[in-house]
Design a protein around this ligand. Structure first.
Ligand SMILES: C[S@@+](CC[C@H](N)C(=O)[O-])C[C@H]1O[C@@H](n2cnc3c(N)ncnc32)[C@H](O)[C@@H]1O
Length: 306
């Protein structure tokens, strides 16, 4: 039978991908992920890969790429790699106070707790209540210097029903209380107003001489060029206020900022970028430190009093 332009058979190839995509984005995706994760957990238990500090698969895959973090080894390798980068900037074994904003299921906390000779204190905070409860029962229970707080901050990707607005959020910690503040893969999910507020909060929370290590997807000449050549793992086709996003419906799915804008926002918050930004491989770079771009912030020098 001949297909007309509007026949169901002709339209199906156009409509089906988006129907399948939205189904797979919704409940169906959750069921499939849960099913795979149950099998993975059973397998990990049998192979002796799960330990006290290894969160179950369903929590791991919430904080990173499903295909990577479904594998315990990969999840731990990413944490170890991040500790290595942090170790270049700060002395991990001294008695420092760490604050991990958006700590998820404690990927960095577990790696630090496992590190021989670690003598610091660690605070983690996240809107994911299940992840925080897991951290309390598995990390704090054995390592009381590691504390976790839940805060019901709204995020369209991670906590759509949240009751607190990130753009007005004040972290429940004293000013100048943290030597090291971490935001690993958090600013990659925050829009402009929350980012602006968090930078101000970081300035308030950092002790003199302290460092904030945060990851981003930074847009600069090289990133734009590689993206234009189709080498990037992600595209950020949509404009949002002061940033670009990968998904129009859920902007917080992935967020990218112009490097120059981040420098300016940091300056306005009283921060400056220390040293060189370590640009990542996400956009297809061949020389890189990590996958995301790693930025170290410190309090800006007060040149006004000189
Ligand atoms: C990609 S995960 C990274 C988790 C963790 N930092 C890691 O690397 O394993 C992003 C985390 O940020 C948290 N998050 C989302 N919005 C947030 C916000 N406004 N403030 C703090 N954390 C947030 C999410 O709940 C999630 O745990």
């Amino acid at each position: 039978m001949k297909q007309t332009q509007n026949s169901p058979a002709a339209i199906a190839p156009l409509v089906l991908p988006s129907v399948v995509k939205s189904l797979v984005r919704g409940r169906a995706k959750e069921y499939i992920r849960e099913g795979i994760c149950s099998v993975v957990d059973a397998h990990d238990r049998l192979r002796g890969l799960s330990g006290d500090l290894v969160p179950p698969c369903r929590l791991r895959v919430r904080v990173g790429c499903f295909l990577s973090f479904v594998r315990v080894q990969q999840y731990r390798a990413v944490a170890a790699e991040f500790l290595k980068h942090m170790g270049v900037l700060v002395d991990l074994q001294s008695t420092m106070n760490f604050l991990d904003i958006g700590c998820g299921c404690g990927q960095i906390a577990s790696a630090l707790a496992d590190m021989p000779g670690f003598r610091g204190r660690y605070e983690g905070i996240d809107p994911d209540i299940e992840a925080i409860e897991w951290c309390r029962t598995h990390v704090t229970a054995s390592f009381p210097a590691f504390q976790f707080k839940h805060s019901d901050i709204a995020n369209a990707q991670y906590n759509p029903g949240g009751t607190l607005q990130a753009e007005r959020f004040s972290f429940p910690y004293e000013s100048a209380s943290a030597d090291v503040i971490l935001l690993k893969s958090v600013f990659t999910h925050l829009r402009l107003k929350p980012l602006t507020q968090y930078l101000r909060e970081i300035r308030r929370l950092l002790q003199p001489g302290g460092t904030c290590i945060a990851t981003f997807y930074l847009l600069n000449e090289e990133a734009h060029r590689l993206m234009g050549q189709g080498k990037s793992r992600f595209a950020f086709p949509y404009e949002d206020e002061g940033c670009r996003v990968a998904d129009r419906i859920t902007p917080e799915y992935l967020v990218a900022y112009e490097e120059e804008d981040v420098r300016e926002l940091a300056r306005q918050a009283g921060l400056q970028i220390r040293g060189d930004i370590q640009f990542g491989s996400w956009c297809g770079r061949e020389n890189f430190l990590s996958f995301q771009d790693v930025v170290a912030f410190e309090a800006a020098c007060d040149l006004g009093n000189g």
